[in-house]
Ligand binder design. Structure first.
Ligand code: NAD
Length: 498
C-alpha cells in the first residue's frame, strides 16, 4: 500500500525534491505507519534556501502596513481553523486534542504580538546631535533565517520564531521534526491563503543532512534551534563557527519545590498536571518534585491518588494523556523506570501496567510516580521526557535550592508556598530562566521572552518578546547632514560634536 509523502514547500507550493530518502511517520495511538516524510538531500536543501534568498529583497522592501495586513489575515485564519491543526498534531504526536489546541493558541499569541511590528521596529531619532547634524537608528532584517524545531510542539515552537522573523522582514526556512512533519505544511498553506508572497515562508523536511546545510550555507543569516541539549550544543558551535547568529534552546530537568506551608491539595494537582500533561513530553514539564520536610508522605499520597485517576488513551477520545511519540522513545522512557526500580527507588504508581483506551500497538506508558529518588540515580540525573514524576525528599529550603542550582539544566522551575518571603528569596536565588510561584509551568506570555539558563540554552537571546525582535534584526545608526555653509572647510581630525 502506498503512503502519502510529506515533502518540502517553496514558492508557495509543495516541492517534492530529488532525494528518495524517507522516514516513516506513525500514529502513536495505533502504532501504524500513516505517512512518510522526505529527507532532503543537500541539493534539495539548497533549492529551499535559494527560494528564501530570492524572496528576501522584495519582502524586506514591503511596507510595514502590507506586512501587518498579511499577519492579521494569518492570525484570523489560524484562529478560525486551529481545530484542524490540532487534529493533525494529535495524529502524529499523540497528545490529546485539547492539549494540541492549547499549543496552537499559545503560538497564536506570538502572531498577535508580531502584529504590533510597526511599534516594535521603531528606531530613535535625535535632531541636532551636532550642529545641523541629525542621528537616527533603524532595525533592519537579517535575510533568510532557519528555524529547526523538535517533535514535541510541532506548531507552537516554530511559532515562537517565524511570526517575528517574517514581521521584521526576514524570509524563513522551517525544518520541522521528522516525527511530526505535517503541521508545517498546513501552516505553509495558511500563509499562502493569508497572502504571504512566494518564498517568504519555506519548509525543508529532513534530518542531519538538512540541518547541516542550514548551518553552513552562506545565505542563511541566523538559526533558531530547539531540541535536546547535545544537538543544541552542536548546532550552536557549528552555526556560530560559520558566522551565523544562533539561539539554540536545549533540554531540561525541571524541579518544583513544595514547602511545608504549601496548600498540599493544590500542589498535588499542579504536580500531576505539570508532570503528566502531554505525557511529560514538554520542555517545561515538572519531572522532579522536591518535597521539603515532614509533608513528604502526605504529598506523595495526594499525588498518587490523583495520578491513579488519569485516563491514558487515544488523544482523539476522552483521555487525559496520550501515548508517547514513538516506540523507541517509549521504550527508552520505560527503561528509566526499570533503572529507578533497580536503583532502589519506590514505584508508587506504575505506568508500565497501563491499560490504555487505544490501539494494541500504540506507544503506551501510563503516568508513573517514583518516590525516594536520589541524585545519583539515572531517573533523576537524565532528561527523561516522558510521564515519569520523581519525588526527591529533602530537609530544608536550602537543600532544595542547592539541588536545583547544582543541576546542569536551567529551563523552568516552580515553588509552592504561601510564604511570600520564601517565594521572593527563591525567585532571586534560583539559577533558572523561567520561574513559577505557585505556577507549575511558567511559560512566559508572547510579549516576554522564553528561554532557559545553563545547558537549556546556548546563545544569549531568548525566544519572542523583545529578545525575539532583537534576534531577528540588526541595528544601524545613521548620521545625516544636509550640506550647509557652516559645514565647509578642511579638517582631518576625528569627527567631534560641535
Ligand atoms: P532532537 O534534538 O532529537 O531534535 C530536534 C531537531 O534537531 C529536529 O528537527 C531533528 O531533526 C534535528 N536533529 C536530530 N538529530 C540531529 C543531528 N544529529 N544533527 C542535526 N540535527 C539533528 O529533539 P526532539 O527529540 O525532537 O525534542 C525533544 C527535546 O527538545 C527535549 O530535549 C526537550 O527538552 C527539547 N525541547 C526544548 C525546549 C526549550 O524551549 N528549551 C522546547 C521544546 C523541546
Amino acid at each position: 500500500m502506498s503512503v502519502t509523502t510529506i515533502s518540502h514547500w517553496i514558492n508557495n507550493k509543495v516541492f517534492p525534491g530529488s532525494s528518495s530518502n524517507t522516514a516513516p511517520v506513525t500514529n502513536p495511538a495505533t502504532g501504524e505507519t500513516t505517512k512518510q516524510v522526505s529527507l532532503a538531500s543537500v541539493e534539495d536543501a539548497r533549492a529551499v534556501i535559494d527560494s528564501a534568498a530570492a524572496a528576501f529583497p522584495g519582502w524586506r522592501d514591503t511596507s510595514l502596513t502590507k506586512r501587518v495586513e498579511v499577519l492579521f489575515r494569518f492570525r484570523e485564519l489560524l484562529n478560525e481553523r486551529k481545530a484542524e491543526l490540532a487534529e493533525i498534531i494529535t495524529s502524529e504526536h499523540g497528545k490529546v486534542v485539547s492539549d494540541a489546541l492549547g499549543e496552537v493558541t499559545r503560538g497564536q499569541e506570538v502572531v498577535e504580538f508580531a502584529c504590533g511590528i510597526p511599534h516594535l521596529l521603531q528606531g530613535g531619532y535625535t535632531e541636532n546631535a551636532s550642529t545641523k547634524i541629525d542621528a537616527h537608528s533603524a532595525h533592519q532584517p537579517l535575510g533568510p533565517v532557519a528555524i529547526i524545531s523538535p517533535f514535541n510542539f510541532p506548531a507552537m515552537v516554530p511559532m515562537w520564531f517565524f511570526p517575528l522573523a517574517i514581521a521584521a522582514g526576514n524570509t524563513v526556512v522551517l525544518k520541522p521534526s521528522e516525527k511530526d512533519p505535517s503541521a508545517s505544511l498546513w501552516i505553509a498553506e495558511l500563509w499562502k491563503e493569508a497572502g504571504l508572497p512566494d518564498g517568504v515562508f519555506n519548509v525543508l523536511q529532513g534530518d542531519k543532512v538538512a540541518v547541516d546545510e542550514l548551518l553552513t550555507h552562506r545565505s542563511i543569516k541566523a538559526v533558531s534551534f530547539v531540541g535536546s541539549t547535545p544537538i543544541a550544543q552542536y548546532v550552536y558551535s557549528t552555526g556560530t563557527a560559520a558566522g551565523k547568529r544562533v539561539q539554540a534552546l536545549g533540554g531540561a530537568k525541571n524541579h518544583a519545590i513544595v514547602l511545608p506551608d504549601a496548600d498540599l491539595d493544590l500542589a498535588a494537582d499542579a504536580m500531576v498536571n505539570a508532570g503528566f500533561g502531554s505525557a511529560g513530553e514538554r520542555c517545561m514539564a515538572i519531572s522532579a518534585c522536591v518535597a521539603v520536610g515532614p509533608i513528604a508522605d502526605t504529598l506523595v499520597e495526594k499525588i498518587a491518588e490523583r495520578t491513579r485517576t488519569i485516563k491514558t488513551g487515544d488523544g482523539t477520545k476522552n483521555s487525559d494523556m496520550g501515548p508517547l511519540v514513538t516506540k523507541v522513545h517509549r521504550d527508552k522512557v520505560k527503561s528509566y523506570v526499570d533503572a529507578g526500580e533497580a536503583d532502589g527507588a519506590t514505584i508508587v504508581v506504575d505506568g508500565r501496567d497501563v491499560n490504555p483506551d487505544g490501539g494494541a500497538d500504540g506507544f503506551w506508558l501510563g503516568p508513573t510516580l517514583i518516590d525516594n529518588v536520589t541524585t545519583g540515580m539515572s531517573v533523576y540525573r537524565d532528561e527523561i521526557f516522558g510521564p515519569v514524576l520523581s519525588v526527591v525528599r529533602v530537609n530544608s529550603y536550602d537543600e532544595a535550592l542547592d539541588l536545583i542550582n547544582d543541576n546542569p539544566y536551567g529551563n523552568g522551575t516552580a515553588i509552592f508556598t504561601n510564604d511570600g518571603g520564601a517565594a521572593r528569596r527563591f525567585q532571586n536565588e534560583v539559577e533558572v530562566g523561567m520561574v513559577g510561584i505557585n505556577v507549575p509551568i511558567p511559560v512566559p506570555m508572547a510579549y516576554f521572552s522564553f528561554g532557559g539558563w545553563k545547558n537549556s540554552l546556548f546563545g544569549d537571546t531568548h525566544a519572542h518578546g523583545k529578545e525575539g525582535i532583537h534576534f531577528f534584526t540588526r541595528t544601524k545608526a545613521i548620521t545625516t547632514r544636509w550640506l550647509d555653509p557652516s559645514h565647509g572647510g578642511l579638517n582631518l581630525g576625528f569627527p567631534q560634536n560641535a
